[in-house]
Design a binder for this molecule. Structure first.
Ligand SMILES: [Zn+2]
Length: 321
């Protein structure tokens, strides 16, 4: 008896110790995210939070936390926005800190649809690329700056999992970007990264969608530009997009949104490429809105694209029946 009692106490104490380790709060602490109180937002030195500090109710109902870590020569600062009232929502992401409308659209989306939003903070400026020195994502040569949306790869497990570990199972990943006007070589000084038109045909004066692209059906005036589009990715080795993705694309185009089935041969380090090659079970949608001086106009295009995806594709590429 004298021996059994201390043994039982030992077991109970051990059990309590391990339950603390496994509790949600302990896991949160272990993965490095730190809660940020509202009076400390400006201390994060994020241009997006600073820009919106005077906007009444901008972060109402949103919990903010941050994560800092270093990987492959780059120091990363991620800011996470969750909606405690609606935890079961998409994983929203804004990897480019200079795409201010995408940030504003993400906060609005987390409020409306719930889930978790993650933005990369490049520092007090509003920079597209992270300064540092090392290999960036799929590019093994060292570089003095890294494009966050080229940094999703097996070589960057911390960066990649910092985003994907925050996804609620069954929920899609929705990336929000802004896209500068036109494209290089369009004859009008364009330099955007993505367009819905076939570039070669455009240079010949012919307007037609690019390979895998669908023009929006009767788009609203604000959606009728070639730089605003939604996209999902598919593997080139499969020859064409899966049937459900085809239906989703058609449904989004029918909603007045240009849509592009991005054909992926090998990863460029973007989230769309990473997921289709490595975790094709995770549904992904990317909304590209034309950059505009009026951030609210640009963000309103994101809202239209997100609504079309959520209403017409349900989760992932599954079309709404
Ligand atoms: Zn972007």
């Amino acid at each position: 008896m004298l021996y059994v009692l201390p043994m039982r106490m030992f077991l109970l104490v051990s059990l309590a110790f391990f339950s603390i380790l496994l509790s949600p709060s302990a896991r949160t602490a272990a993965d490095g995210w730190v809660a940020v109180s509202s009076d400390a937002y400006l201390q994060l030195e994020d241009d997006d939070l600073r820009r919106n500090q005077g906007v009444s109710g901008f972060l109402d109902g949103i919990a903010v936390s941050q994560l800092r870590f270093s990987e492959n020569g780059f120091d990363w600062h991620l800011i996470r926005f969750t909606n405690p009232a609606k935890p079961d929502g998409p994983l929203w992401m804004v990897p480019h800190d200079d795409e201010n409308a995408a940030f504003d659209a993400m906060i609005a989306a987390v409020k409306e649809y719930g889930g978790v939003g993650i933005a990369v903070n490049s520092g007090p400026g509003s920079l597209r690329r992270q300064a540092g020195y090392g290999p960036c994502g799929v590019r093994l040569a060292k570089s003095s700056s890294c494009d966050p949306n080229r940094n999703f790869d097996h070589h960057t497990p911390l960066f990649t999992s910092a985003f994907l570990s925050q996804r609620v199972p069954g929920q899609p990943v929705i990336a929000l970007h802004t896209n500068t006007h036109g494209f290089s070589g369009d004859g009008q000084g364009g330099r955007g990264e993505i367009t819905i038109v076939d570039r070669d045909a455009y240079r010949r004066g012919e307007i037609k969608p690019r390979d895998g692209g669908l023009f929006a059906i009767q788009p609203r005036p604000e959606m009728a530009n070639y730089d605003t589009l939604g996209l999902t990715a598919y593997l080139a080795s499969e020859g064409k997009p899966p049937k459900d993705a085809e239906k989703c694309g058609r449904a989004i185009a029918d909603a007045g949104v240009h849509f592009w089935h991005e054909r992926v041969i090998q990863s460029d380090g973007s989230m769309s490429n990473y997921l289709v090659l490595n975790q094709p079970d995770i549904p992904y949608f990317n909304a590209e809105s034309r950059d505009d001086i009026d951030l609210a106009l640009s963000a309103s295009r994101h809202a239209i694209m997100v609504k079309a995806y959520i209403e017409r594709c349900m989760s992932g590429n599954q079309p709404a029946s």
